[in-house]
Design a protein around this ligand. Structure first.
Ligand SMILES: O=C(O)C(=O)C[C@]1(C(=O)O)C=C[C@@H](O)C=C1
Length: 310
């Protein structure tokens, strides 16, 4: 039975992602207090896989996940799940928004509701929590110890921890979506499906004019579309950055393989973070000049040239 680590406790959006990934398959769910703890448990072999948030349509990349995947023992992404995000504000019976002194929730959730909070409870300060569900759980179980009286979480968490909903559907943007990834130790490469993504982290050799352009053109000339590009500090010195990139295609695709080989030459380091089926979207359309057949024909042509005369 597969043991999955996830950002807990019960009732997080991450758990919703996990539930939709495993569907009815037999599995065990192991909640952790942070993304780092979930990925450490995967690295140590305590669990077989982990589900963690990586990107939100409103607030962007989840730095904790991007950084934990970019360093340490290698891990790979084997799948992704998109979860529509709907927030509620909840409290213990008797608390009103107008009287709330502080609101507790995960920092990514706060970024998605602060417009609402500014209008509904302008007097309330923000208190960060480890997850949206932990905000609800701690408020329900230790009201005197948490420094907030309203939690922002998923409707399911408010219900699970017996809190009263004082604000429905409070997200500043309708249609917010968070993307979660299923992570494994690097012993699993999902088969190519024709609608895949590949995630890599690129480390430049040196910071110089055109350096990033040189990396990106490896994708451009091979007809590879990028779906996410973020720079993250390497944490080694001020101004030192690496680039976290999602691109369309699978490492088994000739054009992706060729781009990665070039990057391996050009970069100080290329960290491969997996090829996996995209959660949504239509099959990737590939220009005939960057198709597998075109790469194979070009290689055969070169082989013939190299064998001229013997
Ligand atoms: O706190 C949770 O419920 C989570 O699953 C984490 C998380 C995130 O890190 O973005 C997931 C989805 C929401 O966008 C807000 C918080």
């Amino acid at each position: 039975m597969t043991r999955y680590a996830y950002l807990g406790p019960e009732g997080t959006f991450t758990q919703q992602a996990l539930l939709s990934w495993v569907a009815d398959a037999e599995h065990e769910q192991v909640p952790f207090g942070s993304v780092d703890a979930a990925l450490d448990a995967l690295r140590s072999g305590e669990v077989d896989a982990a589900v963690v948030p990586i990107e939100n349509s409103v607030e962007g990349g989840v730095s904790a996940t991007l950084d934990a995947l970019a360093s340490g023992d290698p891990l790979v992404i084997v799948g992704e799940v998109l979860v529509p995000i709907t927030f509620v504000a909840c409290a213990r019976p008797g608390t009103t928004l107008a009287a709330a002194r502080a609101i507790g929730t995960h920092s990514h959730a706060w970024a998605q509701v602060r417009g609402w909070a500014g209008k509904a409870a302008p007097q309330a300060i923000y208190v960060p929590t480890l997850s949206t569900a932990s905000a609800a759980k701690d408020l329900a179980e230790h009201p005197g110890e948490v420094g907030y009286d309203v939690a922002v979480c998923a409707p399911i968490a408010a219900e699970h921890f017996g809190l009263e909903v004082v604000g429905h559907d409070i997200g500043d943007m309708t249609n917010a979506v968070t993307r979660f990834v299923v992570v494994s130790r690097p012993d699993w490469l999902p088969a190519s499906t024709g609608r895949d993504k590949t995630t890599v982290v690129l480390y430049q050799r040196s910071d110089r004019a055109g350096g990033l352009l040189e990396l990106l053109e490896q994708f451009a000339v091979r007809g590879i579309n990028m779906t996410r590009l973020e720079s993250r500090p390497t944490k080694e010195s001020m101004g030192s950055y690496c680039f976290s990139i999602d691109l369309e295609g699978h490492v088994q695709d000739e054009r992706v393989g060729a781009a990665l080989m070039s990057l391996h030459r050009v970069c100080a380091d290329v960290r491969f973070l997996g090829s996996y089926p995209a959660a949504a979207g239509t099959p990737i359309s590939v220009d005939p000049i960057t198709s597998d057949a075109a790469f194979v024909a070009a290689r055969e042509w070169l082989d013939r040239l190299r064998h001229l005369g013997g």
